[in-house]
Design a protein around this ligand. Sequence first.
Ligand code: CA
Length: 631
Amino acid sequence: MKKYAFCAIWLLCSACGGAAPTAPLEVKAAAPAPSAPEEPVVMETADPPVVMVNQAGYLPDFRKTAVYRGAETDPVEFELVDAAGVVLLRERTQVYGPDTASGDHVHRIDFSNWKDEGGPLRLRVNGQYSQPFSVGKDVYRKMKLDALSFFYHQRSGVPIEMPFAGRENLARPAGHPEDAAVECLPPDAFIFTSGQVDRRYACSGVRDVSGGWYDAGDHGKYVVNGGAALWTLLNLFERARYGGSNFHQFADGTLSIPENTNRVPDILDEARHELAFFLKMQEEKGPFAGMLHHKIHSDQWTGLPLAPHADTMPRHLYPVTTQATLNGAAVFAMAARIYDTYDREFAATCLKAAKAAWKAAKKNPQVVASTDGGHGGGPYDDPRADDEFYWAAAELFITTGEEVYKKELVASRYFKVVPSFLEFDEADGVFTWKDIAPLGNLSLAVTPSRLGEADVIAIRRNIINAAAQFAKKAGATGYGAPLTVGPKGTYPWGSNSNIINALIVMGLAFDFSGDLSFVDEAADAMGYLLGRNPMDTCYVTGYGARPVRHPHHRFFADQLDPAFPAPPPGIFSGGPNSGIQDDHVKELLKGCAPAKCYVDHIQSWSTNEIAINWNASFAWVAAFLDDAGTR
Ligand code: CA
């Protein structure tokens, strides 16, 4: 039996399971109480806790659920209580029963009848309390901006400075300026899926590939993951531009970045930092002119902690691949249409680069990276390129309207398809960096193009159907996550990212249907990510009573050395992964139930990794819910 920790309610102490909420919320005055105020409550927090909530807070007008972990086979009473101990609501749980993902026996709690703004509130079952939370229209307001600010911190090649860094110890000198003259690796270091070293793709000499974003907790820069992140930020902008939401939310002056007074929407400034790097990754001449290099990283994995500017490990540029090239084609095409309003010259450069990339990929359709991706960085291996071809064709078609791209679309097996199951991961999900065709369809649904109306409607219908599938999956799980345990009894690496990408589909389903139940579903599933999960963890830094504190990151490394900074708020953890590949968790989590294969430790790169593509999706969904909350 675990020891109980006692402390006065609302006076949070670390023994009670976490730090105080980031911003104290106003306590509701004169709340209607269905029962008389009780004696001041003494909180009794079991470890592990038994009542799990969305710690970051609930939107007043949408569904509010929690989970009670208890063995009872009949409904039990739950109470919603305020800071003064006043019971605001008293209802009964719904028994769900045994939950496969967690191994827990759980009850569902639905307190949607409570719609008043305010907090902190808690749920209580059998004398045991949830973490505190609030109800408010603005619970996602700061979160979406923090999620976008992550990209500034990940910038390579430029100093990270105050006041933009937000905190003195997050400022640092420019990382890896030496990427401005980095040597190409011959393809011997990079075996292609044919198993052959293909000398046609040998590169020699040096290139300037400085800038861009670091991918994750490491200092590698990978085009294929950068492409997914760029799509997500640019789609968030296009969704706002074409009527899905408030266009001004990403305007100049909204983000804490050096470019926030240049009259260009800040989200585009941030994306341009990566686009400029992508342009440098493209070969200008020679036998593979137009193709993009796959990645650049250190020759060996570096240790933790390590500030980017202090890294002395030699770095090399890896050969070109078809997938990197098509990622370039897709995001350059997007940039060509999006930046045209703000910088015609840049837009024209991007259009030229997009077409050159497409042409080069058609000429070299099978230069695909394999699992032998060298050392010191992720392989980002991918045996298939047909999905990248589809995505790139879609973006080029939207931008140019040219028939050549439409022919590609119509002939593809991905045309109009919006899946709710990932082939590569054998898991629920709509897309990953590797399984990326659906991005083309999401763009065709959001952004006006010359695709016929019937086809656009068909894609939108498929988005709505996929969203309904995800909602159904969420409804069938104990903790309300739209992620079923896989056929082999697993949760994939970055399971939280499968979920967050599904919520993009739910958001778009609302945009195209006007059906508010999709907002309910998206907000509810977000609740899983923000604390209503078997780990009682808010999987984002800086939010909730038990946020992620120690993501796998070489610079946000105060857990290892107090001279390094704690992470800034708004960073989204990939979360439970039943693969438990890293040494920190191999023994520690052996035999874990899929949704419990997680530890908040900096060394756990397989369960607590963070990444630009995941954070981009997190920002997308937080922005969507922020819109929805104020509707
Ligand atoms: Ca700006």
